[in-house]
Design a protein around this ligand. Sequence first.
Ligand SMILES: CC(C)(COP(=O)(O)OP(=O)(O)OC[C@H]1O[C@@H](n2cnc3c(N)ncnc32)[C@H](O)[C@@H]1OP(=O)(O)O)[C@@H](O)C(=O)NCCC(=O)NCCS
Length: 229
Amino acid sequence: MDRVDDRQQGLVWRTCPIRDLPQDLGTLGLPASDHARAASVADPAARRRFLGGRAVLRATITELCPDLDGRTVTIAVAPTGRPSIAERADLHVSVSHTRGLAAAAVSTGGPVGIDVEPLERTALPPGRAWLTRGEQARLAAHPPSEQHRQLLRLWVAKEATLKAHDTRITRRGIAIRTDRGYAVEVVEPEPDGAVVALLRWEAIAHRFVLAIATLPGRPMRAGPSALRP
Ligand SMILES: CC(C)(COP(=O)(O)OP(=O)(O)OC[C@H]1O[C@@H](n2cnc3c(N)ncnc32)[C@H](O)[C@@H]1OP(=O)(O)O)[C@@H](O)C(=O)NCCC(=O)NCCS
């Protein structure tokens, strides 16, 4: 398993290339509950990605909380799809998997969301459906050769923020304030003026774009530089 991790204020995230998973997924040491859930995934490749996500999540839990055995904790799934750890309500977790990579983030500092996409992904909904006007204008200012990467960064940023937020917000209701990240604001359905997410963008092996969003315990109103980790 690839180890790409980061420790900041109780936050650890890791990625796992799907190709690094053993051929026999039974040897991953995952509990029967994970395999039972995987059994409901019809597509074998998607099933493999799901189990990769569980493996990297469990490893990341142990990484952040050595006193907790990530291999055996109960991963509960809310009706919204949001995962949580039954034994530790204070632990916030998030998972993402795409063709080629699984990723997980675990935090003791508040809700967290992670999202990853391959740079080759081109099929995204039309920008006007999910970008704010400001984001569309900033995107247009980038040279054409850079626009796709920027668009994907905005996409994963919004997906990560949706996962961290877990309330009824829309992608257009999330405003990414800068091209450098670190300032994300929920503006719909009600603008509260507070920066609600601390966002990191990462490029993985020049093939994937990954974003992590965290919701601090209390709203942060400071500018991007103050939010920078
Ligand atoms: C759910 C969603 C985040 C999944 O994203 P995706 O790019 O299709 O897939 P990813 O691989 O990145 O993420 C899948 C993981 O997201 C997690 N997830 C699903 N729903 C979630 C939610 N509401 N909140 C947080 N995490 C969620 C699951 O852990 C899932 O992994 P698993 O099936 O292996 O357990 C995406 O479809 C979405 O943005 N939906 C809207 C979210 C939303 O409306 N949230 C508010 C709910 S009230």
